[in-house]
Design a protein around this ligand. Structure first.
Ligand SMILES: Cc1cc2nc3c(=O)[nH]c(=O)nc-3n(C[C@H](O)[C@H](O)[C@H](O)COP(=O)(O)OP(=O)(O)OC[C@H]3O[C@@H](n4cnc5c(N)ncnc54)[C@H](O)[C@@H]3O)c2cc1C
Length: 374
């Protein structure tokens, strides 16, 4: 175990911090920039620097960097609030999925656009009656009757689809075998968002932001070559994809920029009873941050036991809610005004909902990690 970063990795982190700080400086909102900070110009900048697909094999156009090198870049960018959302899902999840489950043709078809930062992806999993319970998905994909390579026709409705209004591609989970048990019979498709039959309605959240959407799919035709992985085996694939989704540093640093500002503001407070109480909370916050970061690093090193990303995400995102409250306490009564701090207090519960709710993750920890039974 070596905790010290090599000079080369430290230099990369310094450069990423500089880029992140410069880019985010003029943004009105820097919180949750991996989900709401959608800026295609910045995507081009990330691509130019080779900061998308950093760890993917060079034969597919990836950077061939180590997981630690990617970690320091991502940590620096998201902590600063740099607008990485237009490339984030593809970098974190879709690329690794194509590398793991896709065909060579699919990798050749879609990885270049991701690495170039030109293609934005969204993830169509949740439905009005299928959020925590993915197996309840009802959007159907039916293959046309003329042979194994025939097109699929998709009908259904997705909801909470982040970035769908701007995305070029959707990674979509559909029911392909209605007679199979609920956990079987799901398949994954890559869908061109410009296909006829797709309607996107942005949904306004309580902070006024419209980053996630309802997506209606009516008779959407998708070629068989866009089926990713094993037909009817999506549930197994989703479980692997969730490991990419849940245990990363994005789950810890969504409101880090605001926290660091609050920590600076704290230094200017009068030395009184309130300040001493806040000091206790800052000490706890620093300890929690250190613990959560160590858990993420274990994921990065590939040394986490199966299912531990649920622990990492639960602890880190509950901590992010605590951070939102702490920032509010530093600001005091001003928090009641409409500003970044109050917005973050309203938004923060979402950290523990997206990507699997805390309650569901605790079920997973109890059942699968600790073996406590169902
Ligand atoms: C900001 C944000 C962005 C999102 N982006 C996307 C996206 O891009 N793509 C996408 O597909 N989805 C996205 N989602 C949806 C997200 O994955 C779902 O909201 C989440 O999985 C919960 O599903 P649900 O909202 O249907 O709640 P439900 O599943 O209806 O749950 C409601 C409540 O009941 C609890 N509950 C449910 N079942 C159990 C159980 N068995 N045991 C204990 N408690 C239970 C839950 O914890 C929750 O508190 C996003 C959500 C948010 C908030």
């Amino acid at each position: 175990m070596e905790f010290e970063l090599s000079p080369c990795v430290r230099a990369l982190a310094t450069e990423a911090r500089r880029v992140g700080a410069t880019t985010a400086a003029s943004l009105p909102i820097r919180e949750d920039s991996w989900l709401v900070g959608n800026d295609r110009e910045f995507s081009a900048e990330l691509a130019r620097r080779g900061w998308i697909g950093m760890t993917w094999p060079t034969e597919f156009g990836g950077g061939g960097y180590s997981a630690m090198e990617r970690f320091v870049v991502i940590e620096a960018l998201i902590s600063a609030g740099a607008p990485v959302a237009a490339t984030w899902f593809a970098d974190r999840q879709i690329g690794p999925t194509l590398l793991q489950f896709g065909t060579d043709e699919q990798r050749e078809r879609w990885l270049p656009g991701i690495i170039a930062g030109t293609d934005m992806w969204c993830i169509g999993m949740s439905e009005p009656d299928a959020g925590s319970d993915v197996a309840a998905i009802r959007t159907t994909a039916v293959q046309q009757a003329h042979g194994r390579d025939a097109d699929w026709i998709i009908n259904g409705q997705k909801v909470w689809t982040s970035g769908a209004m701007d995305a070029d591609w959707m990674y979509l989970v559909c029911r392909t075998d209605p007679d199979a048990p609920a956990h079987r019979g799901l398949s994954e498709f890559i869908v061109d968002m410009n296909s006829p039959g797709i309607t996107v309605h942005p949904i306004k959240d309580m902070t006024g932001n419209e980053h996630f959407c309802e997506v209606i799919l009516e008779e959407v035709r998708v070629p068989n070559s866009n089926l990713c992985g094993e037909p009817n085996e999506s549930f197994r694939q989703i479980m692997r994809q969730m490991e990419h989704e849940r245990g990363g540093i994005d789950r810890l640093v969504s409101n880090r920029a605001l926290y660091l500002e609050a920590r600076e503001a704290y230094r200017t407070l009068e030395n009184n009873y309130r300040q001493r109480l806040l000091r206790q909370r800052f000490a706890r916050a620093e300890t929690m941050y250190f613990i959560c970061r160590q858990m993420v690093l274990r994921e990065v090193a590939g040394q986490s036991p199966q299912g531990w990303s649920s622990l990492t995400k639960t602890l880190a995102t509950e901590f992010e809610i605590e951070v939102a409250g702490l920032c509010g306490s530093v600001l005091g009564a001003e928090t009641m005004l409409q500003n970044r701090t109050s917005r973050n207090i309203c938004y923060a519960p979402g950290y523990t909902i997206m990507g699997g709710t805390t309650q569901i993750l605790r079920n997973i920890i109890g059942e699968r990690v600790l073996g406590l039974g169902r």
